[in-house]
Ligand binder design. Structure first.
Ligand SMILES: [Zn+2]
Ligand SMILES: [Zn+2]
Length: 149
């Protein structure tokens, strides 16, 4: 089951809701099945080129998608905007493929700041400036947590 996470700014009206985790239908089998009508990856991978590449890794290079995938928080190191993207990796003969997402505003490659990554500990929103007003006044809106799927 996934949860949502809302970032708010205490200085301006910035607010962004981000979905985290995985839905109930996201089993590894479902993820590697591209042809059924319930196929999940085609709806999660927005780039057609990337989707074809992932398909090729799985069909031709023994690629598998380990259970590390989830919707995560991505952050632009340049303009500080927050995004939600689907993180996954494909382990294949010869390497590991991970998607790269770019900021739609400034095209900088986004970094994952999900607090689901244990080694990073809790997400410290105060260490990021607000994308809108630039002040260090971001907080988590705990009143708006909802479960999805
Ligand atoms: Zn940016
Ligand atoms: Zn702000």
């Amino acid at each position: 089951m996934g949860t949502s996470f809302t970032i708010i700014c205490n200085e301006c009206e910035y607010s962004k809701t981000i979905m985290l985790g995985v839905g109930m239908a996201y089993s590894p089998e479902m993820l590697m099945d591209f042809d059924s009508e319930y196929a999940i990856l085609p709806s999660l991978i927005r780039s057609k080129k990337t989707l074809e590449f992932v398909k090729m890794l799985i069909s031709d290079k023994g690629g598998v998608i380990p259970y590390t995938y989830a919707h995560k928080i991505y952050h632009c190191p340049k303009c500080s905007e927050f995004y939600e993207h689907f993180f996954y990796q494909v382990n294949y003969d010869g390497g590991i493929f991970k998607p790269q997402y770019k900021c739609t505003k400034c095209k900088t490659v986004l970094e994952i700041i999900s607090r689901e990554n244990e080694s990073q500990g809790d997400l410290n929103l105060k260490s990021y400036p607000c994308p809108k007003c630039g002040k260090y006044s971001l907080a988590e809106d705990l009143s708006s947590v909802v479960m999805w799927d």
